[in-house]
Design a protein around this ligand. Sequence first.
Ligand code: PMV
Length: 328
Amino acid sequence: MSTTASAPGKVYLFGEHAVVYGEPAVPCAIERRASVTVEAREDDRLRVSADDLSLDGFTVEYSGSSDERPDVDVPTPLIEAAFGYVDAAVEQARDAADAPEAGFNVEIESDIPLGAGLGSSAAVAVAGIAAATTELGCDLDAREVAERAYQVEYDVQAGQASRADTFCSAMGGAVRVEGGDCRTLDTPDLPFVVGYDGTSHDTGELVSGVRALKEEYDFADDTVAAIGDLVRQGEDALTDGDLAELGRLMNFNHGLLAALGVSGRSLDNMVWAARDGGALGAKLTGAGGGGCIVALDDENGTKTALSLTPDCTRAFRAELAQNGVRVE
Ligand code: PMV
């Protein structure tokens, strides 16, 4: 017997980075999912294989309880990240099901690029916990899965994490997260277009950079607070279904993130290409540095403009995912 669960990735409409310091953020789940299949083993080991994580597929077997690390020919930080999340998700499932010795064969499939701002790690953590707890006969509701997946991110990212990604992936739709206060939101249809530069970032490092700026400059602290104000303003625009205002605020949010040092040349180039292509607004999504931008456009201009931009390796429409975590 085996159990498969899936969970969506996300884009940030507003509020990444500032959410780490207790300001509100609005991430939105998108129809790109990570799927985790687990099969209980007789022993306490983990065998993990992964496909389509924007890196070559790999399969390794190791003991979850030792420092043993896989010997594979792909960039170490990405492998360590992927393994860290799977390890920690299995640990949460063992704890929830009170089965500390449980071992699993784990198979991950994902069409969410890794470390690109689309919440791949949160989706893997959420789907992994749901699959492993279900396999062990323990049913958690989506909020419990979200809380445990947050613990996974918190542990793997050494405390540099908010509840935004994991709550959004577990619940689906658009959500609002402010510290421990996590809610789902009713929103109009949001015509997201994503541009991806083909690179990945280290979320922990980017979060540390913003923290250092905040400590050094009061105006960096004010910039983070301004993002919070912008998000509160954006909530009214969401309620009113005012896409033009949402777009303006996304542009403003990108500028504030750039001021905090987390944009990059390819992200800026894609943001400008999207705007030139007719987007109502465009911003980086997630930690920044490199990875993805998100734009708002219900016509085809943005996607076309992004596809013609040398910095953009992939441009796609991203439907809002109404379903969060789901046991298949
Ligand atoms: O790039 P991602 O998907 O890891 O998103 C990071 C979002 C941050 O706000 C920068 C950190 C967090 O945990 O909220």
